[in-house]
Design a protein around this ligand. Structure first.
Ligand SMILES: C[S@@+](CC[C@H](N)C(=O)[O-])C[C@H]1O[C@@H](n2cnc3c(N)ncnc32)[C@H](O)[C@@H]1O
Length: 225
């Protein structure tokens, strides 16, 4: 079997540790150094795409919609958000780690049809949480996939992203009937309750990691009341 080749490393802000990008044939992996494990693998892309398909279903025919994607990763959610929305809609992607953006401009880009080259895409380099601070209705959909689920994995500071205070700020940042969709490797009723307490109407979907096979992931769908 072809061995993995190291393509790059990056320090996660706020002492989050080190990210590594590796490649073996056409397969890419982004993982956290040490025991914390893999954040993304290019073979597993279906649930990342489902995050956008489900989270943007209500705006697929809406002109001038605005979508925020939290976490670029390998670009699958961004790619799907661009595909599912109208040509007049814009998609902002927030990414904490500058090197992840560079990797997507370079070797990783072909995994997801180079979504950063799309003129409808703009990049916010930094913490997605900053974009919820104005608490002004701005987005029709917010698609969050920055950790393995609603608890800090990339950086412990992300824990606060899933607090009621932060979820209320996200609620305030959505337009009427806007949707917050959150990717998670597991289902936790406590997080659904947290979303309800923050003012959302909540459902969830179970999606498979790889073409109807592989791990079952959860997409929380929280609709602004
Ligand atoms: C699991 S990956 C995202 C996968 C993505 N959905 C895809 O389709 O490839 C998580 C990404 O979120 C980024 N990230 C983590 N915390 C963040 C934060 N607070 N704000 C913005 N990006 C963040 C990580 O650097 C990583 O690129």
């Amino acid at each position: 079997m072809t061995p993995w080749t190291l393509l790059g490393t990056a320090n996660i802000p706020n002492n989050g540790g080190e990210l590594k990008l590796t490649q073996r044939d056409q397969e890419f992996s982004i993982h956290l150094k040490g025991a914390r494990g893999e954040l993304m693998n290019s073979r597993m892309r279906c649930s990342e795409r489902a995050l956008a398909d489900l989270g943007c279903a209500h705006i697929k025919n809406v002109e001038n919609a605005k979508v925020l994607v939290g976490g670029l990763g390998m670009g699958f959610t961004l790619e799907a958000a661009l595909k599912v929305t109208t040509q007049s809609s814009e998609v902002i992607v927030a990414e904490l780690v500058p090197e992840v953006v560079e990797w997507n401009k370079g070797p990783l880009g072909d995994c997801a049809e180079r979504p950063l080259d799309n003129p409808r895409t703009s990049v916010h380099l930094g913490d997605v949480a900053v974009l919820f601070k104005p608490k002004k209705p701005t987005y029709d959909a917010v698609l969050l996939d920055v950790d393995n689920g609603p608890e800090g994995f990339t950086q412990s500071k992300n824990d606060s992203l899933y607090s009621i205070k932060s979820l209320k700020a996200i609620h305030d940042s959505l337009n009427k009937q806007g949707v917050l969709a959150v990717w998670s490797a597991w289902f936790d009723e406590k997080f659904s309750a947290q979303l309800r307490k923050s003012g959302f109407k909540v459902t969830h979907e179970t999606v498979r990691a790889h073409m109807g096979k592989g791990s079952r992931h959860t997409i929380y769908l929280a609709i602004k009341n």
